[in-house]
Design a protein around this ligand. Structure first.
Ligand SMILES: Cc1cc2nc3c(=O)[nH]c(=O)nc-3n(C[C@H](O)[C@H](O)[C@H](O)COP(=O)(O)OP(=O)(O)OC[C@H]3O[C@@H](n4cnc5c(N)ncnc54)[C@H](O)[C@@H]3O)c2cc1C
Length: 435
């Protein structure tokens, strides 16, 4: 007789989001919880393959991205505590967001206002003119810059791993190498079927499947008019001779704020290395790290999705098409990527970047109207809750945002009010009262 495992809550996806949600649930409740991950370990996709920047929300409009802004603001110190306890690198070297001309400078002034709306103080952010910047970073060439002292770098893969260990200690069952293929919903529970045809049942499912989260939501017959695109972000690692030419993270004001990618940045990694990137090259799947296409069925399925889904409206946007062709060029040609950074660090040359860094893939979601969705999408199914479009700065914001998710499930009556919280590195009540 086959015994089907039964859980109170099953979380699909062992990235930073699913793992932090599992941690909160396991500190607050004595429920039978599992986290389902198709890989042999947690955080093998976006949650490790990212820029590693600890963001602080000076550039996020709280009217459009309230959850991302609030979560990044509150999570900063939460991650810092965990990093210190586990000897995970935490380098608070700051970021300078630069303007190349007067027009872009106006965006920095707007960011000062947004930053204050998000709770940042004058100690956290200030605008520096070109002379002040020359003193701070002599090799940086720009009109002006917004200096955020609280930004820096860490390793979100290691942080996620540390959270998973805490969650395991609380009793969460991490089901690794379990790839969700199908789901069957009844009025009371969900049967989750894996690619090896094994299965389990859960009273409630939380979908945190990152680049696959829209596909997983569609298995629950949700968000059928939405589609997504996958953009590979590639990096080049600077030779140690030039790695300290500029000592701060450098970001530029986005030229196309309606699209969810930026010009390549100058990134100071927590490991001590310096990289430039990421660009945004369209690929056919959330895991196409080394080629443009995965295999014929995946490519055909993505093309069908584009031709029949909401993406096709986006493809009529000429700005978008021109941007994408430049991003393609920067993938094929290292010089093209370096040229973009040379605009603000003129001393660099293509030969200063001898090897590629670790690429990551962003999966922005496109609304039925054909535009990129700015905030994460939260949607409830019959016995499930789905978080889709959980993009940057999602790694920064995960500990606080996952507490907001648990609070929402409590408000909906899906979870009871917890009696108390087990011994925990973070205080649930303190976080949710600031939501
Ligand atoms: C290039 C790049 C740069 C970024 N830079 C930053 C940055 O500097 N700072 C920042 O804060 N954020 C950054 N981000 C964003 C951040 O990395 C993401 O928001 C965050 O990691 C998303 O976490 P997640 O848990 O939702 O997804 P993921 O980490 O992708 O986790 C989803 C998990 O679900 C699993 N899964 C998927 N489908 C299934 C299935 N069918 N069955 C079982 N398991 C499944 C996957 O294997 C994966 O482990 C960046 C992202 C990218 C791609």
């Amino acid at each position: 007789m086959i015994i089907v495992q039964k859980y109170d809550i099953a979380i699909i996806g062992g990235g930073v989001l699913g793992t932090t949600i599992s941690y909160w649930l396991s500190t607050l409740y004595d429920l039978k919880i599992c986290l389902i991950e198709k890989e042999h370990d947690v955080a093998l996709h976006s949650s490790t393959r990212n820029s590693g920047v600890i963001h602080y929300p000076f550039y996020i409009d709280p009217k459009k991205k309230k959850n991302f802004a609030r979560a990044a603001f509150l999570s900063h110190d939460m991650w810092k505590v965990l990093a210190n306890e586990n000897n995970i690198p935490w380098v608070q070297g700051g970021t300078i967001e630069i303007a190349l001309d007067e027009e872009q400078h106006k965006t920095l002034e707007k960011y000062m206002v947004l930053g204050k709306e998000n709770g940042l103080t004058e100690e956290d952010i200030s605008i520096l003119d070109s002379n002040e910047l020359k003193q701070k970073e002599p090799n940086l060439n720009c009109h002006s810059g917004l200096y955020c002292t609280k930004e820096g770098s860490t390793n979100y893969g290691l942080l996620t791993k540390a959270v998973s260990e805490l969650s395991k200690k609380n009793g969460t069952n991490f089901l690794l190498k379990h790839n969700v293929k199908h789901v069957e919903e009844t009025s009371k529970e969900t049967n989750i079927i894996f690619s090896d045809n094994s299965s389990l049942t859960a009273n409630f499912v939380i979908n945190c499947a990152g680049g696959n989260s829209l596909d997983v939501a569609k298995k629950f017959r949700l968000l059928k008019d939405y589609s997504d695109l996958h953009f590979r972000g590639e990096y080049w690692v600077a030779d140690s001779n030039i790695a300290n030419l500029v000592k701060t993270n450098i970001y530029t004001v986005p030229r196309y704020p309606e699209f969810p990618f930026l010009d390549p940045h100058w990134i100071k990694r927590a490991s001590g290395e310096t990289e430039i990137g990421p660009n945004a090259v369209p690929v056919d799947s959330p895991e196409a790290y080394d080629s443009f296409v995965t295999d014929i069925p995946t490519t055909l399925s993505k093309i069908t999705d584009i031709v029949t889904g909401s993406t096709k409206k986006l493809l009529l946007n000429t700005d978008f098409i021109s941007l994408i062709s430049k991003e393609f060029l920067s993938s094929i040609s290292k010089s093209a990527m370096v040229e973009r950074v040379k605009k603000f660090i003129p001393a660099i040359k293509p030969e200063d970047f001898p090897k590629r860094g670790t690429a990551g893939i962003r999966t922005p979601v496109i609304s039925p109207e054909g535009s990129f969705v700015s905030e994460m999408i939260e949607i409830e199914g019959k016995n499930s809750f789905h978080i889709v479009n959980y993009n940057t700065p999602g790694a920064t914001g995960a500990p606080a945002y996952s507490a907001f998710v648990v609070k929402k499930l409590q408000e909906k009556g899906i979870l009871k009010q917890p009696k108390n919280q087990k011994d925990s590195i973070w205080d649930f009540n303190k976080i949710i009262e600031q939501d």
